[in-house]
Write a protein that binds this ligand. Structure first.
Ligand SMILES: *[C@@H]1O[C@H](CO)[C@@H](O)[C@H](O)[C@H]1NC(C)=O
Ligand SMILES: *[C@@H]1O[C@H](CO)[C@@H](O)[C@H](O)[C@H]1NC(C)=O
Ligand SMILES: *[C@@H]1O[C@H](CO)[C@@H](O)[C@H](O)[C@H]1NC(C)=O
Length: 599
């Protein structure tokens, strides 16, 4: 008897180890993420209808992510023998695939909740599982309550939670579940670019555009560029005027667009006729992601601005406008199913599923880092690392509130004053672009976002640049920012007074009364796309993840901006000076210098 019992026990123990699923309890919850207060700008609207359905995304831990990061740095470091040997979609998928144990456990958990895992959709690497659930189901799975929240400014409604939990066994296998505690939506984050009524506009820039045809005749832009920016200003200022793209059959630039923001084809032609006559007849293509629209009767200010300036700098390079849906937006009074209605995961999963992707991407979403849960921010930042490993350069705006807007209180329940870094600007795997204004000399624009992440540690590529700055800074702003965090912006470009054609008319586009930056990221992306054209035309790989290059051999290819600051949070913020600074980074691009450095 003794003998048979111990065999039985041994057998059971073995069974439990090799089948951890059988004996698992799915109700010993541990908190995954919790907010102390409702994220700024949002308010509680009411309970979420329990029969309401939505697409839940489960991000699994990527088993070999460290190897992906190693590969990313090697292929992006001009001093490394692997430089330029970017990874294929399949190679990336191998490194970001979850461990089989993670897949098995998560599937067992889903089955235990009566969910049909065969009807879920998987990302190519299997690191994201998407499936439709009801609010009631999600609440049971995550030990939480969903509620309806309203964004005051944009009148957007979302279903989110103040906190969520996972069975303790899943914590080491699941990176993030969405939608849960990340509130940002495309609408709530939409940059506030407005037509500046009364600001100077010009109907065309023929008076100096013709000078650009004669190489060398226009060394510096005319003083009109102090207030009115056209492609000719930028092409002169950043030295791209004499470069003719040659690799247009391979090279592409991608612009990620907003919900309900459409780039207009007719306006682009008018723009060419006024400001880039040799572009006439060139056009962009629109790719609709996840139900994104393309209403040509409703030109978007931001969308037109982005496309007109990427085209204005890179024509005839193919420009692709990605119109990402997310619609229908959640309507608290109806029961239409919606997807997660958030700006990153749908778009990134779509792009990463393509075998061939544009070599340069630009977009202007952004939010206070502290309003993005750490698990969510890390997941999104890691997706940008995948794009970099595949050979794409990713450009983001550094934000438009200097070191922070308003009182800059932390949302951890302590409400202490702290500079407010911006995400994704703070992700080390993207290149972050600050803003400048005026020419001869160019200076920092006062709203240029800049600072130090509280989530991501300072990457080694910027160690020297940032520690040199911190030494000079001394005790200024001490305690208001995290000296060990990833510092940004990396670079800068013009940020205001852009002449844009909207609905057939030229308008000067700028920000609100406080002024928000226009598209330094689109301008910078245009210069990078031309550098990629040069590399491709020489039979070389595109630049890919830019940061290791620009902080090393590329650093002398920038015009150092040494004047201006970025006030906020009741302080003067940081001050631009010689070398890298958290206002304008390494400075604005000099195409000719960069071309010779990357050749
Ligand atoms: C990825 O692309 C393939 C081929 O276009 C498509 O069948 C599949 O549904 C896509 N997967 C996802 C997760 O989007
Ligand atoms: C989660 O949120 C609910 C509702 O807001 C709250 O009652 C509960 O205390 C929170 N739990 C944690 C762990 O923060
Ligand atoms: C400062 O940044 C580091 C990452 O470099 C992070 O681990 C730490 O929590 C941050 N400190 C605060 C107070 O946010």
């Amino acid at each position: 008897m003794f003998w048979s019992t111990s065999v039985l026990l041994l057998g059971l123990a073995h069974f439990a180890v090799s089948n951890p699923l059988v004996s698992k309890r799915w109700d010993d919850f541990e908190v995954k993420h919790a907010w102390a207060e409702v994220p700024r700008g949002w308010e509680l609207h009411g309970p979420a209808p329990s029969d309401y359905t939505f697409d839940m995304r489960i991000g699994l831990k990527q088993d070999k992510f460290d190897e992906l990061v190693t590969a990313l740095y090697e292929v992006s470091d001009p001093a490394h023998e692997r430089y330029g040997q970017h990874l294929s979609k399949e190679q990336v998928a191998t490194l970001v695939a979850p461990h089989p144990d993670s897949v098995n456990l998560v599937e067992a958990w889903l089955l235990a909740h009566g969910l049909d895992t065969t009807s879920s959709s998987r990302s190519p690497a299997g690191d994201f599982i998407t499936l439709r659930v009801s609010v009631a189901q999600a609440e049971k799975m995550l030990g939480t309550k969903y509620q309806t929240f309203r964004h005051g400014k944009s009148d957007d409604y979302v279903i989110r939670t103040m906190n969520y939990s996972l069975p303790s066994i899943l914590h080491e296998h699941v990176a993030v579940v969405a939608p849960t505690t990340y509130f940002g939506t495309m609408k709530s984050m939409k940059a506030t670019s407005f037509i500046q009524e009364g600001a100077p506009t010009i109907e065309n820039d023929a008076d100096f555009a013709h000078l650009l045809k004669d190489p060398g005749s226009l060394a510096t832009p005319p003083s009109s560029c102090n207030t009115v920016i056209t492609p000719s200003c930028l092409r002169t200022l950043y030295n791209t005027a004499n470069y003719t793209p040659k690799a247009t059959s391979q090279n592409k630039i991608g612009i990620a667009g907003y919900l309900e923001e459409f780039a207009n084809h007719a306006d682009l032609q008018t723009f060419f006729s006024r400001f880039r006559t040799d572009g006439a007849g060139q056009d962009f293509t629109t790719v609709r992601v996840n139900g994104g629209g393309d209403d040509q009767t409703d030109p978007g200010v931001e969308a037109n601005l982005d496309i007109q300036y990427t085209e204005g700098l890179t024509v005839p390079t193919p420009n692709v406008y990605f119109s990402t849906g997310g619609s229908p937006p959640f309507n608290p009074d109806s029961n239409t199913p919606t997807n997660t209605n958030e700006p990153y995961l749908d778009w990134l999963n779509f792009i990463l599923n393509q075998t061939s992707i544009p070599q340069t991407f630009t977009t202007s979403y952004g939010d206070d880092e502290q309003t993005v849960p750490l698990d969510y921010a890390t997941t999104v930042c890691n997706l940008f690392a995948q794009l970099g490993a595949r050979g794409s350069s990713i450009l983001f705006s550094s934000g438009d509130d200097g070191v922070g807007a308003g009182d800059c209180l932390t949302n951890d329940g302590k409400r202490t004053k702290h500079f407010q870094p911006n995400f994704p600007a703070s992700c080390p795997f993207v290149t972050t672009v600050g803003g400048t204004i005026r020419v001869n000399p160019e200076v920092a624009v006062s709203f240029s976002g800049g600072g130090f992440s509280n989530y991501f540690a300072r990457p080694s590529f910027q160690n020297t640049a940032v520690s040199t700055f911190l030494t000079k800074l001394g005790t200024t702003n001490a305690g208001l920012f995290n000296t060990t965090g990833r510092a940004y912006p990396d670079v800068a470009a013009q940020g205001q007074g852009f002449q844009v054609v909207i609905g057939g008319r030229v308008a000067s586009v700028g920000g609100t009364s406080a002024s928000s930056p226009v598209c330094p990221y689109a301008t910078f992306a245009g210069v990078i796309a031309l550098l990629n054209d040069f590399r491709l035309s020489e039979g070389k790989a595109p630049l890919g993840f830019l940061n290791p290059l620009i902080y090393s051999t590329g650093a002398t290819g920038f015009n150092d901006i040494t004047s201006g600051d970025n006030p906020g949070c009741g302080t003067n913020g940081f001050t631009a000076g010689t070398g890298w600074d958290p206002v304008t980074g390494l400075g604005t691009p000099d195409f000719l210098k960069l071309q010779s450095l990357i050749g």
